[in-house]
Design a protein around this ligand. Structure first.
Ligand code: PLP
Length: 395
């Protein structure tokens, strides 16, 4: 980038793709391009098999009991909207409460705002703790007393990096009769997730943040919950039979996948899961923890750079996301100067305006975020870019 080695530190936005994933897309189009479920000929059977295999790989990876619990959607955003539009319409009525937190991505805010508006429900927020590092337990308990119908929480914040104890949150929410959705966009790519152990009702993720292609993601939901939910879209593939006036929905998971699927995306997602399995999610987590520790230490030692106040200090409680600000310099200028050194970072409100502008009181923040292919040298390059920013702005 700009004649320099690309230092890609915007992994919370999307990840780079291994050749295996790109090859999987190429192979599908060049060797067995056909629609799935419909053909009785070889290449259609192969496409169907590869697509279903991908779901099985994901089910195994996240601890779902079978592929019936894995719905392929476009991304995390669509997964959450699907829940709000189906389960939400059935279960959230006038005056009911919906509980989210102040650290949510817009994807886990707007669908609930829309549902609350449609059904005259109330949207409540769990506040951050005093250090702006995680969620306040007192605030959570206070909000639970309102008996929300659903608690929808990020597993890992894309701004603060905070890892929320979603297992404990789920237990407490279930004790009050609430359902739980975990937004796993920033956890599933970076750490071992076990939905059975978490016991959450819904879990949403995006393939593009975990080495897979864009346009494919998944909603995990407990089978008994999905059984009671109506389909969101009607059309081909989601039916068992159709008459002039009515239809019988298909079995799970196909009931929720109307029309021709993102076949190439599903298959390539399977290749991404194979890759992640090969490296091991525990190793990835360990590697990112080391990088995060090094980054927090390096950045916090630079005069005028603020890291603390934007997430936990302890890397046990933090994913590979480090937001920072440089006194007197706008984050967009920071990101532009980084770019001139070949270092790709994100600057802005990170699709979390209630958190960044509201709670943290910042117009925007700069953010570096890691993945398995980053190394210490990448962080050193970021540090040098910060020094360049300070030199240019004389601060
Ligand atoms: N939730 C969190 C915590 C995220 O970080 C993101 C994306 O950055 C999303 C949801 C939305 O993901 P997508 O744009 O893939 O739907």
């Amino acid at each position: 980038m700009n004649g320099k080695r690309l230092v890609y530190l915007d992994n919370a936005a999307t990840s780079q793709k291994p050749n295996k994933v790109i090859d999987a897309i190429h192979d599908y189009y060049t060797q067995y391009n056909a629609n799935i479920h419909r053909g009785v000929y070889k290449i259609s059977e192969r496409a169907t098999e590869e697509y279903i295999n991908s779901k099985q790989k994901l089910a195994d990876m996240v601890g779902a009991s079978s592929i019936e619990e894995i719905i392929y959607v476009r991304n995390t955003t669509e997964a959450i909207n699907l829940v709000a539009l189906t389960w939400g319409e059935m279960n959230v009525k006038k005056g009911d409460h919906i509980l989210i937190s102040q650290m949510e991505h817009h994807s886990n805010i707007i669908p609930w705002q829309m549902l609350a508006k449609r059904n005259d429900a109330v949207l409540d927020y769990i506040e951050l703790d005093d250090n702006k590092a995680g969620l306040s337990e007192d605030s959570f308990k206070e909000q639970l007393d309102k008996d929300p119908k659903i608690v929808s929480i990020a597993h890992v914040s894309n701004v603060l990096g905070s890892i929320n104890d979603v297992k404990k949150i789920t237990k407490l929410a279930h004790d009050r009769g609430a359902f739980v959705l975990v937004d796993g966009a920033q956890s599933a790519p970076h750490m071992k997730v076990d939905v059975a152990d978490l016991d959450c009702d819904f879990f949403a993720l995006s393939a593009h943040k975990m080495l897979g292609p864009t346009g494919i993601g998944a909603l995990y939901a407990k089978r008994e919950v999905l059984d009671k939910m109506p389909p969101l879209f009607g059309g081909g593939d989601m039916i068992k039979s159709v008459s002039m006036q009515t239809y019988t929905p298909n079995d799970l998971p196909w009931k929720f996948e109307a029309g021709t699927s993102n076949i190439e995306g599903g298959i390539a997602f399977g290749a991404a899961i194979d890759y992640l399995d090969g490296v091991g999610l525990d190793s990835i987590r360990k590697h990112e923890k080391k990088l995060t520790e090094y980054a927090i230490k390096s950045l916090s030692e630079i005069d005028g750079v603020r890291v603390f106040g934007y997430g936990p200090k302890e890397t046990d409680k933090r994913g590979g996301v480090v937001s920072f600000s440089i006194r007197g310099v706008h984050p967009h200028d920071v990101a532009t100067i980084f770019d001139s050194d070949g270092v790709a970072i994100r600057a802005g409100h990170h699709c979390a305006m209630p958190l960044v502008t509201g709670v943290l009181g910042q117009g925007s923040l700069s953010r570096i975020s890691f993945y398995l292919y980053n190394d210490i040298d990448d962080i050193d390059k970021a540090v040098r870019a910060i020094e360049k920013v300070k030199k240019i702005f004389k601060c």
